[in-house]
Write a protein that binds this ligand. Structure first.
Ligand code: PPE
Length: 307
């Protein structure tokens, strides 16, 4: 359950949490016509707070809206300010942020040209996305029978609400079978991503991640690549197969909610030693330094705020 907070930003105003409601004929409810983001705020080592890569997340939201031919009636800078205002109104020094722009009520059918576009920003505390032990011990993954979107069926670089039905199908399938997360393959059978994370593998000291084709181009992914290179690792963006994953020394997922979650098992094959490997651990440690302002090199990625 999402923990109830004080307010939600709704079309330019902070409204009480329980009053942030929509009509049942909201277009997005019927057809999935919304675009959203998942962003995290962290408490920094110096006592201030920061939103990690806020401008990049807001920019992706606007690109998602562009793909969907939706007009968000605010500027990117206004959205950044609104996000910080929402965090402050909810006294959040850290937490998860969910902006959503969606097509509202008006006409029905798949040509919602005159319907209004609404925007909300909600924020709530969200701990370890894949369970308490996940960050430490790693998770058990199963390849889903559901294929990730073909690049010409859904616009996978756009974070569109309707895209996520595919993720829900995959996640439910594998959780019912007792696994923690669903791995999805692309339409050619190569590894794509998980229901809500990007994937990396490590083989012989080289780090590999899928190229940004059928995946959501994760901001955590895009942040970890230069951080890993700075630490001296070789990182390549290259397609790989599930048997390459089975034989990897290490594997891990990245995402705003999941942060850096090691994978200990895929399709009942133990990965590496069966727990978080040394590369994943090193990158995870560095990641948490970066997001909490403990590495000044990445200060430009932090949107600071304080109370
Ligand atoms: N792929 C998918 C499909 C995805 O949903 C996410 C984020 C990522 C990759 C990683 O992207 P990024 O957060 O920019 O590094 N998933 C979000 C939603 C999870 C949810 O259950 O809701 C998230 O992590 O916020």
């Amino acid at each position: 359950m999402v923990e109830k907070m004080n307010s939600i930003w709704f079309d330019g105003k902070l409204v009480p949490w329980d009053e942030a409601n929509v009509h049942v004929l909201t277009h997005c409810l019927h057809y999935g016509t919304g675009v959203f983001e998942g962003i995290r705020a962290y408490e920094c080592v110096d006592g201030t707070s920061c939103v990690f890569r806020l401008k990049e997340h807001v920019h992706r939201l606007f690109n998602s809206a562009k793909t969907m031919l939706m007009e968000i009636g605010y500027s990117e800078a206004e959205m950044c300010e609104a996000i910080v205002a929402t965090l402050k109104d909810n006294k959040m020094k850290a937490g998860y942020i969910r902006p959503l722009s969606f097509i509202g009520a008006g006409s029905m059918g798949v040509h919602p040209n005159t319907n209004p576009v609404h925007t909300i920003i909600a924020t709530w505390p969200w701990g370890a996305y894949l369970g308490e032990d996940a960050l430490e011990k790693g998770i058990r993954v199963k390849t889903s029978s559901f294929t990730r979107h073909n690049v010409n069926s859904m616009m996978t670089k756009a974070k569109v609400s309707g895209n996520y039905v595919n993720s829900v199908l995959a996640k439910r399938e594998v959780v019912q079978d007792g696994y923690d997360e669903a791995l999805m393959l692309d339409t050619n059978g190569f590894v794509s991503e998980a229901s809500g994370e990007n994937i990396f593998i490590v083989r012989n000291g080289e780090i590999k991640t899928t190229p940004p084709t059928s995946i959501l181009q994760g901001i955590t992914r895009d942040s970890l690549i230069p951080v890993a290179r700075e630490l001296g690792f070789t990182v390549v963006e290259q397609q790989f197969t599930r048997d390459e994953l089975y034989g990897a020394d290490e594997a891990f997922f990245t995402g705003t909610a999941a942060e850096l979650t090691p994978i200990r098992e895929v399709d009942n094959r133990v990965i590496g030693e069966g727990h978080a490997g040394p590369v994943a651990k090193k990158l995870q440690k560095e990641f948490f330094k970066v997001v909490t302002g403990a590495n000044p090199k990445y200060e430009s990625w932090l949107y600071r705020y304080s109370f």
